[in-house]
Design a protein around this ligand. Structure first.
Ligand SMILES: Nc1ncnc2c1ncn2[C@@H]1O[C@H](COP(=O)(O)OP(=O)(O)OP(=O)(O)O)[C@@H](O)[C@H]1O
Ligand SMILES: [Mg+2]
Length: 230
């Protein structure tokens, strides 16, 4: 369970998020909003890569408002950034083993599980991550995060730059991960239609504030268009 209470944050003097409150638990929770709405800022704040100016964040039994980012994997939180989310000069296998917090034996087992989830990665074990296609790279980034065996995973626009077919494949995997590994997923997305297909609830950000938070089934195109100012 992740509980965000009246959080404000930004970049130094630049205030981006204002008074954000919500709780995420056992679901696919999608964060939508136009370019610049604050999705990445919100995920970076939750991953503790940006300081929390006001408010608090609770992760399961711990208040993590002032916890350093490097302590979060051990507390069950994994974060996949929007860009630069793999080490390009390392192989697929090396990227995965770096993600593992576990002892070498269970790390190997965990790695095999990732390969069965993403067979394309298994075929490319020894290939440098920098030479993967966009979709393969996103799968590797998600796989690397899963190596931490997280309870909650923050995904920042994993579909960015992917062809519709690859987006479908990736979203299917995200759903599969949610079901088979019982991981809570926080998914920031530009691709609203796609996110609506798999999300349980949707938070729409507009100019750094919550525009609305609703179950995905209650949403229609009209309300989304308003939030995107189109
Ligand atoms: N390093 C930074 N310094 C100052 N302002 C920043 C910085 N990074 C982002 N911003 C500003 O914060 C606001 C929110 O940006 P953010 O990256 O969170 O948006 P986003 O919703 O993720 O957009 P996108 O869909 O384009 O990824 C924007 O106005 C942006 O210009
Ligand atoms: Mg972003």
């Amino acid at each position: 369970m992740l509980k965000v209470d009246k959080v404000s944050s930004g970049y130094g003097d630049v205030k981006v998020l204002e008074n954000i409150s919500f709780t995420v638990d056992n679901e696919i929770f999608s964060i939508l909003g136009a370019n610049g709405a604050g999705k990445t800022t919100l995920l970076k704040t939750l991953a503790k890569l940006l300081p929390v100016n006001t408010g608090s964040i609770q992760l399961y039994d711990d208040v993590i408002t002032n916890t350093p980012a490097y302590d979060l994997p051990a507390k069950g939180l994994a974060y996949v950034p929007q860009e630069n989310n793999v080490f390009p000069d390392m192989s697929v296998a090396e990227n995965l083993s770096l993600g593992g917090l576990l002892d070498p034996l269970s790390r190997d087992k965990q790695q095999e599980e990732i390969y069965s989830l993403f067979p394309r990665l298994a075929d490319r074990k020894n290939q440098l991550a920098g030479s993967l296609s966009g979709g393969e790279g996103q799968m590797l980034a998600v796989g690397r995060a899963l190596m931490q065996n997280p309870k909650i995973i923050l995904l920042d626009e994993p579909s960015a730059g992917l062809s519709p077919k690859l987006v479908d494949a990736l979203f299917e995997k995200i759903q599969q991960i949610r079901q088979s590994r019982n991981v809570t997923i926080v998914l920031a997305e530009q691709n609203a239609a796609k996110a609506l297909e798999i999300a349980d609830r949707v938070l729409v950000l507009s100019l750094g504030k919550i525009f609305f938070l609703k179950p995905a089934k209650d949403l229609n195109t009209k309300s989304l268009k308003e939030a995107y100012h189109i």
